[in-house]
Design a protein around this ligand. Structure first.
Ligand code: MRU
Length: 355
């Protein structure tokens, strides 16, 4: 089986007009590369989590909308803009919580809106440049998150993570796992405990897979074992990713993250959220304003089981994300540095300083 660390999570094959992805629903059993051409296939891949993780969704959507634009036959600017906007809105509705999806599509849309004097052919070329830039910037942001994250870790320490905020969730390195991958490049060793992350098992299937591929000492635990592992003294820091950080520092991430933060506070363990500034949404005042995606019941009752594990007809609640209160967060590690409380000021300062 090819080493997943050497395969690109999301790529564009412009010559063949294809979005190229690792199908994350097949991991760890099979490394299958998908080549998607139609908008329906691309939207479905995002909805079904074949590509997932906030930054990777953003990059996939940027490539996807470029492929949509490339197909548009009109030479008329207004008609091009109208059709582009229609396809953008449709793709954006695939998943509501991770702000990177809307953010990347908005960047692509601005290219069209800000260049009404250009021909449709020229707009398509500019759109290609923009989606390639979104991916390249993502790689660089993740590398820098890794650099800043490493400043709070010691060689040999124990880290607990939830969901997958690794290379599979981004263009390279990941966010929460970036310091670990970067540390590995420098010969460092970490012990990583990964929550399995019910119901879609991103921790057991994906984080464990990519960490082991990178030679990291990896232990999978069920979500309800985190307290015991912390009590044993095995965890020096919790590192998690984020799908959207509100202006006050409330951080939305995979369901179960807020429980881990509450446990970390109980045991006095630092709890860090790692993400690029593209995941910080200053237009969303608090975590209560973040839309939380709800997913189908079968993900809880039968998916990944050999047979159904809950009675037919039982009610199921399946929110895909939760919000960790900013008071539980030790620091928010971005490509520009580590924001500390009070987040209302520190997050705004990050943007003002770096724009
Ligand atoms: O539903 P998913 O698998 O897309 O959820 C992913 C997460 O919650 C990640 O932690 C988050 O997107 C950050 S990825 C760098």
């Amino acid at each position: 089986m090819p080493n997943v660390m050497s395969i690109e999570t999301v790529a564009l094959d412009d010559a063949n007009s294809e979005l190229v992805l690792i199908d994350q629903t097949q991991l760890p059993g099979r490394v299958e590369i998908l080549r998607l051409r139609t908008q329906e296939e691309i939207r479905e891949a995002i909805y079904l989590l074949k590509v997932r993780g906030a930054p990777a969704i953003g990059v996939a959507a940027a490539f996807g909308i470029y492929l949509a634009a490339k197909e548009l036959q009109t030479d008329d600017y207004s008609e091009f803009l109208r059709l582009f906007d229609e396809r953008r809105a449709w793709l954006e509705a695939a998943r509501p919580t991770a702000v990177n999806l809307a953010w990347a599509l908005r960047r692509m849309q601005l290219v069209v809106e800000e260049n009404p004097q250009k021909s449709v052919g020229e707009l398509k070329t500019l759109l290609l440049k923009e989606c390639a830039a979104i991916k390249n910037e993502d790689t660089e942001m993740c590398r820098m998150i890794g650099e800043h994250g490493l400043t709070v870790l010691k060689d040999g320490c124990g880290i607990l993570t939830h969901c997958n905020a690794g290379q599979l969730a981004t263009s390279k390195y990941g966010t929460a796992l970036a310091p670990i991958h970067l540390g590995r490049e420098r010969g460092m060793h970490f012990r990583v405990y990964t929550d399995e992350t019910r119901p879609l098992l991103q921790g057991a299937r994906l984080s464990a897979f990519e960490l082991m591929a990178d030679g990291v000492d990896t232990t999978v635990i069920c979500d309800n074992m985190a307290s015991q592992v912390m009590k044993n003294g095995w965890i020096d820091a919790v590192f998690v990713g984020c799908d959207r950080v509100a202006a006050n520092g409330d951080a939305c991430n995979k369901i179960g993250t807020s429980g881990v933060a509450i446990l970390a506070k109980h045991y006095g363990i630092p709890f860090y959220v790692l993400g690029p500034t593209s995941t910080i949404d200053l237009d969303t005042p608090t975590g209560n304003d973040i839309p939380i995606e709800e997913r189908p019941a079968h993900e809880v009752t039968e998916m990944w089981y050999e047979k159904r594990m809950a009675p037919e007809g039982v009610k199921v609640y399946n929110p895909a994300f939760d919000v960790t209160d900013h008071e539980l967060i030790t620091g928010i590690i971005t490509e520009h540095g580590i924001a500390k409380p009070p987040y209302t000021e520190s997050l705004r300062a990050l943007f003002t300083k770096n724009n």
